[in-house]
Design a protein. Structure first.
Length: 203
């Protein structure tokens, strides 16, 4: 696939088929993730591939609880606004069907990276984005999710994470039910300044 077709259509895909994902595709996706940049090339990432049905069920229950607690109170408001209704409905679908997603990938980082403050995430999210782009190139949908953090301790215990690891993202992966498309974004001309803050230009 053309790189720009991949990069401009890698959006949150939350309605996924339960069909199993072959190991070969997972290796390609995960190896691409490990080609990402990290501070000093420390490669502080680890990826836990979760396909076990019971583990997915337990994580899905924690995720749904986190979803309800975080977004439940805003349900009516978000559904009433057309610009948030689509994201709400899609995220609500994922929260209610996470156990059916064939693969969940938990991305972790070594905690000592937190010495760097907010920059710690900068050594993990390039790998996460590489993972999502590679998945897209092979026709798989993904979403970067973080709601599991409300049940972080339970997730860590279930998967046997050592003390020195922090969870950074949980990525559901599977063949999408819908079509890949460009995501809704502000026009680039509006968010790019030339030479000085606020100096926009027509394209
Ligand atoms: C740091 C971060 C955390 C996110 N957490 C969640 C999450 O917990 N659940 C979820 O469904 N989507 C999550 N998302 C996905 C965003 O909602 C999504 O990227 C955004 O709505 C844009 O979607 P689009 O690319 O389809 O337009 C997260 C994205 C980021 C970058």
């Amino acid at each position: 696939m053309d790189f720009f077709d991949v990069a401009t259509t890698t959006r949150a895909m939350r309605r996924l088929h339960p069909d199993p994902v072959p190991d070969e595709d997972l290796w390609t996706i995960l190896e691409t993730a490990t080609m990402a940049a990290s501070g000093g090339n420390t490669q502080p990432w680890r990826f836990v591939v979760i396909r076990d049905a019971e583990a997915r069920k337990r994580i899905a229950a924690w995720y749904l609880d986190a979803w309800e607690k975080t977004y439940g109170p805003a349900r009516e408001l978000m559904r009433a606004n057309p610009s948030s209704a689509m994201t709400y409905n899609s995220a609500n679908h994922l929260a209610n069907h996470l156990a059916e997603v064939p693969v969940l990938i938990l991305v972790t980082i070594r905690k000592d990276n937190f010495r760097n403050g907010p920059i710690a995430g900068a050594s993990i999210y390039p790998a996460v984005q590489n993972l999502m782009l590679a998945a897209r190139a092979l026709g798989y949908g993904t979403t970067l999710t973080t709601l599991h953090k409300l049940h972080d301790a339970e997730v860590k215990e279930l998967l046997g994470l050592p003390e020195d690891q922090e969870t950074m993202a949980l990525i559901p992966l599977g063949k999408p039910k819908g079509k890949f498309a460009r995501p809704p974004r502000q026009p680039v001309e509006r968010v790019v300044y030339w030479e000085k803050w606020g100096e926009t230009r027509a394209r």
